[in-house]
Design a protein around this ligand. Structure first.
Ligand SMILES: Cc1cc2nc3c(=O)[nH]c(=O)nc-3n(C[C@H](O)[C@H](O)[C@H](O)COP(=O)(O)OP(=O)(O)OC[C@H]3O[C@@H](n4cnc5c(N)ncnc54)[C@H](O)[C@@H]3O)c2cc1C
Length: 259
């Protein structure tokens, strides 16, 4: 079974994230960049399936040169090979353009299943997996918290309000996973050393048949019109307990329409 796992490099949620003043887009050079945690769970899900059924996990990313770091991390976890879609022509891509480039790259790979995170921690549109499924003309199963493969059918538990539903789908399909799916393994020393010699294929826009004017910011449908820094936090109101603190707190909550 060949599984492709989508992995995205995102600003570390523990570092301060800033928007670029010039165009209001996230300044990725101003922060530490890491593999999105939800995608490391996707890698774990792919590894568990190939450990049970055989086959290989390929990790795929679209991002600048430094996104190689997240591919190496996934390879160190145990993924077998990696594909990096990288070209200045992709700069400024929104979710539509990102999904188009990823779909073009997937057109060059063999896969039985595609695993993605449900929602990235930076863009947070939660739309790339659905767009990919539509572009590839295959089913999508969203909000997956448990996943099994039985022959050519996938069985999944989908998180819904108040519980879960059981879903089956033919494969190939796109599955997007939630944080409940698993706890990702840490790369060990052997895995880190092995990752250095695992194959990483790169695709440029031209390799994918995309001309410079067909992709990236020039044709993105989402445009940042304006952005402003968040105002500094204001000091809270302090209530000293002189015997009437309960009343004052209740009055405050009522004035803020919280009770
Ligand atoms: C006007 C504009 C300009 C932008 N310019 C840039 C830019 O120059 N550089 C930049 O990095 N971002 C840029 N972005 C952000 C970028 O468009 C989004 O990060 C991207 O479209 C993915 O959307 P998302 O993060 O909301 O994905 P979601 O749909 O929330 O992600 C869900 C899952 O899809 C998969 N996935 C998403 N993106 C990728 C990817 N790139 N590679 C592999 N798997 C992926 C992952 O598994 C992820 O967990 C720009 C956005 C806008 C609106």
């Amino acid at each position: 079974m060949n599984i492709v796992v989508l992995v995205k490099q995102v600003p570390d949620t523990y570092s301060e994230r800033k928007l670029r003043e010039s165009d209001g887009i996230l300044d990725r050079d101003a922060t530490d960049n890491v593999i999105d945690e939800i995608d490391s769970r996707g890698v774990e899900a792919g590894l568990q399936l190939t450990e049970a059924h055989g086959g290989e996990v390929t990790v795929l990313t679209l991002g600048p040169d430094r996104a190689t770091e997240v591919l190496r991390k996934a390879l160190a976890m145990g993924a077998h090979k990696a594909v990096h879609v990288v070209d200045d022509a992709f700069a400024g891509s929104d979710a539509l353009q990102t999904s188009a480039a990823l779909a073009a790259a997937l057109g060059k790979l063999e896969f039985d299943l595609i695993i993605a995170g449900n929602e990235s921690t930076d863009g947070r549109t939660a739309s790339v997996p659905a767009m990919l499924a539509e572009r590839l003309g295959i089913p999508q199963v969203t909000f997956v918290r448990a996943l099994e493969i039985d022959g050519t059918t996938l069985k999944a538990e989908r998180t819904v309000d108040g519980g879960y539903t059981e879903v089956t789908s033919p494969i190939p399909a796109v599955v997007s996973v939630t944080e409940k799916i698993n706890e990702p393994r840490y790369p060990n020393f052997k895995g880190i050393m092995a990752a250095k010699s695992k194959p990483v294929t790169t695709f440029s826009a031209e390799d994918l048949g995309l001309a410079a004017g067909d992709t990236g910011g020039a044709v993105s449908w989402s445009i940042v019109l304006d952005a402003a820094p968040r105002p500094p936090r204001e000091a809270g109101e302090k209530v000293n307990d002189d015997g009437s603190a309960g009343t004052k707190v209740a009055e405050y909550l009522a004035s803020a329409r919280l009770i």
